[in-house]
Design a protein around this ligand. Structure first.
Ligand SMILES: Cc1cc2nc3c(=O)[nH]c(=O)nc-3n(C[C@H](O)[C@H](O)[C@H](O)COP(=O)(O)OP(=O)(O)OC[C@H]3O[C@@H](n4cnc5c(N)ncnc54)[C@H](O)[C@@H]3O)c2cc1C
Length: 423
């Protein structure tokens, strides 16, 4: 009999898991609480596939920067102070993780995962005859200040040390890569391995591929509870009381995974990192490749004739409200780097918001927690969920099949905060 796999959540991680599991011949059922015509973090994101982002979010200097930015209403980072023990223990763990030693340990793990993630995208592009619209054009980290340039040069040196190509460019060299585009910068760093695509199109393709490989989808199916016996999960119970049995369960419910994990006695620290994007349908100019305005933490991606501009990281709980002050902050920052654009170009554009599932150490939770024999977890990808979605699905499918080429790093273990208070 085929192995029955239930995947909880149809974001990029859930769909990727469904595809790789279905391709292995498992009997896959995806449970998603929203209807098929849904939105969410995996749809309106910046579409960047970024092996260059091997330094986790929790890095030296980030805590100071976060504290400085917290008091500016239009800054790229914000924590709404509130009495929430989960938030404070998350912040404490973030602070503990933001050290040079921790980053030195995490960077090679993230690099390997990100490079495997890029290979997974290439393979998916080949499998679909490039239906994904994968653009292998690299990524430009743009700097408007000498200080910003110095910081990016240090990261580029670290990248090269880890075998990741990175080219330091002056303003003219950046212009040569983007003829006709006016930029107000002192220079930048080019990462040739990075790619981009339109995430909505990718999600459509992935869903269609998973379906064609045999996965079935249950929409408006919210998982409320687990049915367990000893160390095994027997079934999940949905909002209407229906239960679904399976041999293996994969929790890919984004930022909402923590609540379900807690029911199983698992501590999965997660905070929602809200971000916004705006898509100009007919921009006055377009860069050739994805760009990041480094000092402002704003991503700019050309997508099939349109231009998407995105940013901010707000830790304000799972409240999906759009804060217009922060959206204006993104637009103003973008216009500083791209001076042929004016804030008025965005007047009629409806901002989009998504909630990134953020772990405190900036690494995803990936694999099987020791306490449960047939539960796998894939979440906490924060700013890298698109880049790491396919490879996460691939790792989980391999692990369920018992044919993983090598064990996953313990730094990714989903129970790393369960066994020890500080891993
Ligand atoms: C502005 C912005 C820009 C970004 N840009 C990039 C980028 O350029 N590159 C990159 O790599 N990443 C980027 N990201 C991050 C990336 O979008 C996320 O990491 C990724 O989408 C997370 O995917 P997910 O599948 O884990 O979660 P989600 O997309 O949130 O999916 C989880 C799904 O689970 C469902 N669910 C929840 N609870 C239940 C339940 N109980 N039962 C059933 N279903 C449930 C939800 O409805 C949802 O559909 C960006 C994010 C933002 C906000």
């Amino acid at each position: 009999m085929k192995t029955r796999v239930v995947v909880i959540g149809a974001g990029v991680v859930g769909l990727s898991t469904a595809w790789y599991c279905a391709r292995r011949g498992f009997d896959v059922r995806v449970l998603e609480r929203h209807p098929a015509q849904r939105d969410g973090c995996s749809f309106g994101n910046a579409g960047l596939i970024v092996p260059s982002h091997f330094i986790p979010l929790a890095a030296p200097g980030m805590v100071g920067l976060a504290l400085k930015w917290m008091w500016r209403p239009d800054s790229p980072f914000y924590i709404r102070p509130r009495w929430d023990p989960d938030l404070w223990s998350w912040a404490w763990r973030f602070w503990r993780a933001a050290t040079r030693t921790r980053v030195e340990r995490a960077a090679p793990v993230l690099r390997d995962l990100l490079l495997a993630g890029r290979r997974a995208f290439e393979e998916l592009a080949r499998t679909t005859g490039d239906e994904l619209g994968l653009q292998k054009k690299g990524l430009l980290m743009l700097c408007t200040t000498d200080h910003g340039m110095e910081e990016e040069q240090k990261i580029a040196a670290h990248a090269r040390q880890l075998g990741m190509p990175a080219e330091i460019l002056d303003a003219q060299q950046v212009h040569r890569l983007n003829p006709g585009l006016r930029l107000q910068i002192v220079g930048g760093v080019f990462y040739p391995l990075d790619c981009h695509l339109k995430p909505e199109r990718f999600m459509d393709t992935l869903q269609r591929m998973a379906g064609a490989a045999g996965a079935s989808f249950l929409w408006q199916a919210e998982v409320r509870e687990w049915v367990t016996r000893n160390r095994r999960i027997q079934a999940v119970r949905l909002q209407k009381g229906q239960t679904l049995e399976a041999d293996a369960f994969v929790l890919c419910a984004g930022v909402w995974s923590a609540r379900l994990a807690r029911q199983l006695g698992l501590r999965l620290p997660l905070q929602a990192g809200k971000g916004y994007s705006l898509t100009l349908p007919d921009p006055v100019q377009r860069p050739q490749m994805g760009c990041i305005c480094t000092e402002a933490r704003v991503a700019v991606t050309p997508m099939n004739g349109t231009l998407r501009v995105g940013g901010t990281m707000e830790l304000t709980g799972t409240d999906p409200t759009i804060n217009p002050v922060r959206v204006r902050g993104i637009v103003r920052s973008f216009c500083r780097y791209f001076p042929d654009f004016q804030p008025e170009h965005f007047d009629r554009i409806q901002p989009w918001a998504g909630l990134r599932p953020c772990s405190p150490d900036g690494l995803p939770y990936l694999g099987r927690p020791a306490a449960w024999e047939n539960l796998w977890i894939a979440t906490g990808h924060a700013m890298l969920g698109l880049s790491l979605g396919p490879v996460s699905g691939q790792c989980i499918a391999d692990d369920i099949a018992g044919s993983a080429p090598e064990p996953l790093s313990p730094l990714l273990a989903p129970d790393r905060y369960h066994q020890h208070s500080t891993p």
